[in-house]
Design a protein around this ligand. Structure first.
Ligand SMILES: Cc1ncc(COP(=O)(O)O)c(C=O)c1O
Length: 495
C-alpha cells in the first residue's frame, strides 16, 4: 500500500525541513507564551473537569493543521499543566529545566538515535560513554568504573539491585538493608527480582532521618545469625521526604567489614557533585559498588535523564543478553561499542545529549550554583519556620527539603490529645488540598511518625524567601479556617 502524499508530508525528511521548522516554531511560540504568562503553578482543575475535555477529542478525526492542534492542546494540556518553573511550585522532586537541555531534547528527538547499538547511534554511544565516565569520575569510583543512562532512579535502583543480587548468588534468604526513609523503588525492585516479601529489612534512622550505623550493624548481625545473606545495603544520599544523607563513610566501613555490596541511591543528592561548597556532603560515595544519579532531579534536566554507575564494569554483564540480529558476540571481537549490553532497555533515548549540551554551554559549576541556591533557600525556609509558633518543622535538611506542619494553638486545655492530633492532621491535609485547588501554590505532603505533614522540595532557584513566606501565610490561613470551622464551640483563635 503506498502512502498518500499528504501523509508523507508529515514525515521529517530532507523534503520536509520547512514544515518541520514551521511546526516547531509554532510549538515553541505557544510554549514560550504560556510560560511567560503563567501566573500560578496550577489552575486547580479537577480530574473530572479535565477528563471531559480530553474525552471530547475525537482521535479518529485528525485536525490536519498544526495550529488547530496546538489550540486543542491548550485546552487539554497546556492551560492546566502543573508548571515547575513557577516559583510557588514547591512540591515534589521536579525541577525547572535549563535551556541547553531543552535544545538537546529537540535535537535528540529529531535525529531519534537509539542507544542500543553503534549502528543506531554512532557518536551518541561515545557521548553517553564520556558522560558516564565524567559522572563516575566526579563520584570517584575509580578506573574500572562504568555505567549506563536509564529512564530514572527507579530503573537505576532496579538495575543496581539486579547486579548486587547476581553477585551475591541467587540462593534463598537474600536480604536488602535500607533505612525507613529509603525510596519505595527499593521495595519494588525486590519484588521484581522475585525476592520474598521479607527481603527488605528496614534499618532505623536517627532524629535527622539518616540511617543509624549502630542500627545497621545490628541488622547485619541479625541477618548473619538468622542465616540470611545480605545482598546489598542501600544508603540514600538525599532521602525523598527529608533530604537527609545517610552517613556514607560509616556505612561503607560496615559494608566492607561484612563483605556486602553498597548501593548509594543519590537520585536527589547527586546535584552536590557539581557544588563548589557542598561536595563534601557526599564524602564516602566513592566507596560504593553502585550509585544511582538522577540528572532530571538536581541537574535541572528534563525527564528523563538518570544513570546507574558501578565501581567494576564487569558487573554490568548481568544485564547482557545476546541477540543475533542486534549484538552478536562478534561485535565484541570487532571492538564495536554498544550500550545495549549494559542496559535493561533495548531501544533507548539519547538523553545524554541534554547533559552534554548543558555541560558544554553552561558548565557544571553553573549547575552547582543553581543547586546551591535552592539548598540555601531551604535552610532559610527552615529558619523562618522554626521562628514561627504556628508551625513545627521536622529536621534541617542538608539538601532542599523542608518538612513541617501547622499546629493549631489556643485549643482548650481539656481537648483530648487524640482529638487534637486528628484535628492537626486534617487541618494540614486540608491546607494542602485547598492550596492546590486555588492554584496559588503546590506543596507536597507526607506522614512523619504517623502525623500528616506538609513538605516543600525546593528545586527552583527563582523561588524567593518571600514566595515561601507568602505560601506559609496561605497554609496558616487555610488550616486555621479549617480548625475554626471544625470547632465552632471551642474558643479557638489562630494568629
Ligand atoms: C531517593 C530517590 N530514589 C529514587 C527515586 C525514583 O526516581 P525516578 O522517579 O526517577 O524513577 C526517587 C524519586 O523521587 C528518589 O527520591
Amino acid at each position: 500500500m503506498s502512502l498518500r502524499p499528504a501523509a508523507r508530508e508529515h514525515l521529517f525528511t530532507n523534503r520536509t525541513v520547512d514544515r518541520y521548522r514551521r511546526a516547531l516554531a509554532d510549538g515553541l511560540d505557544r510554549v514560550a507564551t504560556r510560560i511567560s504568562s503563567t501566573e500560578r503553578p496550577f489552575t486547580g482543575v479537577t480530574p473530572d473537569q479535565l477528563a471531559l475535555e480530553v474525552s471530547a477529542v475525537d482521535l479518529d478525526r485528525p485536525l490536519g493543521d498544526v495550529r488547530e492542534a496546538l489550540d486543542e492542546i491548550e485546552d487539554v494540556y497546556l492551560r492546566d499543566a502543573v508548571y515547575f518553573h513557577h516559583p510557588r511550585y514547591l512540591a515534589h522532586l521536579n525541577c525547572p529545566v535549563v535551556i541547553p537541555a531543552l535544545l538537546g531534547e529537540a535535537v535528540l528527538s529529531a535525529v531519534n538515535s537509539s542507544m542500543d547499538t553503534w549502528d543506531q547511534s554512532a557518536g551518541a554511544t561515545l557521548i553517553e560513554r564520556r558522560l558516564v565516565d565524567w559522572t563516575a569520575e566526579r563520584i570517584g569510583l575509580g578506573p574500572a568504573a562504568d555505567g549506563v543512562f536509564t529512564s530514572g532512579g527507579t530503573q537505576s535502583n532496579l538495575q543496581a539491585l539486579l547486579m548486587a543480587r547476581e553477585e551475591a548468588g541467587t540462593g534463598a534468604n537474600l536480604r536488602i538493608l535500607t533505612s525507613a526513609a529509603g525510596h519505595f523503588s527499593v521495595q519494588k525492585a525486590a519484588r521484581l527480582l522475585g525476592l520474598g516479601p521479607d527481603a527488605v529489612v528496614v534499618v532505623e534512622t536517627d532524629r535527622h532521618r539518616r540511617m543509624s550505623p549502630t542500627g545497621l550493624a545490628r541488622e547485619l548481625q541479625g541477618c548473619r545469625e538468622a542465616g540470611q545473606t545480605v545482598m546489598t545495603v542501600v544508603a540514600t544520599a538525599g532521602t525523598t521526604d527529608f533530604g537527609s544523607i545517610d552517613p556514607l563513610p560509616a556505612i561503607a566501613d560496615l559494608c566492607l567489614a561484612a563483605g556486602v555490596w553498597l548501593h548509594v541511591d543519590a537520585a536527589y543528592g547527586c546535584g552536590l557533585l557539581t557544588s563548589k561548597t557542598r561536595r563534601h556532603l557526599l564524602d564516602g560515595i566513592e566507596r560504593a559498588d553502585s550509585v544511582t544519579v538522577d540528572f532530571h532531579k538536581s541537574f535541572f534536566q528534563p525527564v528523563s535523564s538518570s544513570a546507574v554507575l558501578v565501581r567494576d564494569r564487569a558487573v554490568l554483564r548481568h544485564a547482557t543478553y545476546r541477540a543475533d540480529y542486534l549484538n552478536p558476540a562478534r561485535m565484541v571481537e570487532q571492538r564495536i561499542p554498544n550500550q545495549v549490553d549494559k542496559s535493561l532497555q533495548t531501544t533507548r533515548r539519547f538523553d545524554a545529549l541534554k547533559l552534554w549540551l548543558t555541560l558544554r554551554i553552561m558548565g557544571a559549576d553553573a549547575i552547582g550554583e543553581l543547586f546551591d541556591a535552592v539548598v540555601d533557600r531551604a535552610s532559610a525556609a527552615f529558619d523562618l519556620l522554626s521562628e514561627d509558633p504556628r508551625f513545627e518543622v521536622v529536621t534541617r535538611s542538608p539538601l532542599s527539603t523542608v518538612v513541617f506542619r501547622f499546629v493549631p494553638t489556643g485549643l482548650p486545655a481539656d481537648l483530648p490529645a487524640d482529638l487534637a492530633r486528628d484535628l492537626a492532621d486534617r487541618a494540614n491535609l486540608h491546607a494542602r488540598e485547598a492550596l492546590a485547588a486555588s492554584g496559588a501554590a503546590v506543596v507536597a505532603g507526607t506522614t512523619v511518625d504517623g502525623q500528616h505533614h506538609l513538605k516543600f522540595t525546593l528545586l527552583n532557584p527563582e523561588t524567593s524567601l518571600d514566595d515561601i513566606a507568602e505560601v506559609l501565610e496561605l497554609v496558616a490561613e487555610h488550616a486555621g479556617r479549617f480548625v475554626r470551622e471544625q470547632t465552632p464551640d471551642l474558643t479557638y483563635s489562630v494568629g
